[in-house]
Design a protein around this ligand. Structure first.
Ligand SMILES: CC(C)(COP(=O)(O)OP(=O)(O)OC[C@H]1O[C@@H](n2cnc3c(N)ncnc32)[C@H](O)[C@@H]1OP(=O)(O)O)[C@@H](O)C(=O)NCCC(=O)NCCS
Length: 182
């Protein structure tokens, strides 16, 4: 299902375009992801782990374009990608009504309403999607910004796995949350 692009005004007055990714965005998506994932304590990736070739990234983006129960939104400011959300609809028949998502943005864009804007846009899209009924996610238990955002947008906690993340000699609990769309 298509996503209609929209412009949103953030708390600091900046205007950002939210639109669906295109396959031709592959180099910009790689640059954007490299620009924040390794600095973020609550993204479970270590240096060098995000390393797709251009062809692999194009294939990944093409899947988002083609799969009717999936979505990859980007936020664009002055021609640069500054945030994204990827909603991965399950491809198995008995799970096609479910999708897990992940999202992120560069540090300088955090806490000014962009997370709320891009997640709300994705939820609106998911509600209008005839297949999807459940969105779910996993988040670090210490990720206060993430938890505040997910609670604010209606997600409900349904589980916690102690010591799920193990990094730099420390363990972190995981919280699972879901949103019923129907
Ligand atoms: C987590 C993340 C997506 C949140 O997006 P954001 O744009 O920073 O969040 P928003 O500005 O829309 O704020 C959402 C709510 O959380 C609150 N919030 C923001 N930062 C917070 C913080 N550090 N602690 C507690 N609450 C916080 C805001 O007050 C806001 O509520 P309000 O509108 O009622 O005031 C973003 O910070 C991010 O990408 N972080 C790095 C990657 C990451 O953690 N991804 C999520 C993995 S599950």
């Amino acid at each position: 299902m298509k996503f209609s692009p929209r412009t949103v005004v953030l708390k600091d007055g900046r205007e950002v375009l939210l639109r669906h990714v295109e396959v031709s965005d592959a180099p910009r998506v790689i640059e954007f992801v490299h620009g924040f994932v390794y600095d973020e304590e609550y993204v479970p990736l270590t240096e060098g782990e995000f390393n797709p070739t251009m062809a692999e990234e194009e294939q990944i983006l093409s899947n988002y374009v083609e799969r009717s129960n999936s979505l990859f939104l980007v936020a664009e400011f002055e021609g640069k990608l500054v945030a994204n959300i990827n909603v991965d609809g399950n491809q198995r028949k008995i799970l096609r009504h479910t999708a897990v998502f992940g999202m992120g943005m560069h540090k300088e864009w955090q806490a000014c309403g962009l997370g709320t804007a891009i997640l709300t846009a994705a939820i609106d899209w998911a509600r209008a999607n005839s297949e999807l009924e459940i969105l779910f996610l996993q988040v670090y238990a210490e990720n206060q910004a993430g938890l505040a955002l997910y609670r604010k947008t209606g997600f409900i906690e349904h589980g916690r796995i102690p010591n799920f993340f193990k990094q730099n000699g420390r363990y972190h609990d995981e919280i699972s949350m879901h949103l019923s769309l129907k």
